[in-house]
Design a protein around this ligand. Structure first.
Ligand SMILES: Nc1ccn([C@@H]2O[C@H](COP(=O)(O)OP(=O)(O)OP(=O)(O)O)[C@@H](O)[C@H]2O)c(=O)n1
Ligand SMILES: C[C@](O)(CO)[C@H](O)COP(=O)(O)O
Length: 226
């Protein structure tokens, strides 16, 4: 049985404000997607890679990734992240039993995180998410009115790669209501009562979302970075 990596990379990157789809935006001379795939490949725990590319950019993505992952499968994405992940899952070979789903936008995620997540799924969890403690106080609001302050000790920020039993992930994606407000794949398992476990995430697994995140990523790739 094999482990697959599905990389949703079809987002526009509106919050980044770039002129290209976010996964193709250059960082230190290479697209975010190439950085993400190189780190995933270095983990040595991935056998099959499916990249979900922006519509119209499948050929470009295939040639970009050829030197990093020669056997990469590239399929076009959908309107929402959930649609893109589902397209990636439909392209998987039948003998895959563990699936990682990893945002191209979390392009500096270290290889060790991939290995940790796969080990936790292979140890028996249906779903596994890497998490970090929340650094800010978090409040629930209605417009500009504060309703309550949440207990931060019970909150975590969730990253990718998220890992799953392939059968469970395929089932929850095929059962999902298009347009539902679920923002990550583990949330789809939770909604159907499947258990999800956590493993420690990593500060470098942050998502490049806004321009300041790209500056941080550039700084982390400089020789002086800690
Ligand atoms: N229709 C979509 C939307 C998002 N993604 C991918 O899902 C990951 C996480 O999404 P996010 O960082 O929010 O990317 P965007 O949707 O591109 O960002 P924005 O909301 O700023 O447009 C990214 O790797 C993105 O390419 C995707 O494959 N298909
Ligand atoms: C999957 C994810 O990266 C986990 O934190 C996140 O939910 C993606 O959300 P986005 O709003 O599509 O960036």
């Amino acid at each position: 049985m094999r482990t697959a990596l599905v990389v949703p990379a079809a987002g526009r990157g509106d919050r980044l404000g770039a002129s290209r789809p976010k996964a193709l935006v250059p960082l230190a001379g290479e697209p975010l997607l190439v950085h993400a795939l190189r780190r995933a490949a270095a983990s040595d725990v991935v056998d099959v890679v499916v990249v979900v590319a922006p519509a119209g950019a499948c050929d470009e993505v295939r040639s970009l990734l050829q030197p990093v992952v020669p056997d990469v499968l590239v399929v076009p994405g959908g309107a929402e992240r959930q649609d893109s992940v589902r397209a990636g899952l439909r392209a998987l070979p039948a003998d895959v039993d563990v699936v990682l789903v990893h945002d191209a936008a979390r392009c500096l995620t270290p290889p060790d995180v991939f290995a940790l997540v796969v080990a936790a799924v292979r140890a028996g969890a249906a779903g596994v998410v890497p998490v970090l403690p929340v650094a800010d106080t978090v409040k629930r609001v209605a417009g500009q009115t504060v309703l309550e302050t949440l207990d931060r000790s019970e909150l975590v920020a969730v990253q990718t790669p998220q890992g799953f039993s392939a059968d469970v992930l395929r089932t929850v994606h095929e059962a999902a209501v298009p347009g539902s407000a679920v923002t990550d794949d583990a949330g789809m398992l939770e909604a159907l009562g499947h258990g999800v476990r956590t493993v420690p995430g990593h500060e470098r697994a942050f998502k490049v979302t806004r321009p300041i995140d790209l500056l941080l990523a550039q700084a982390l790739l400089s020789p002086e970075a800690p």
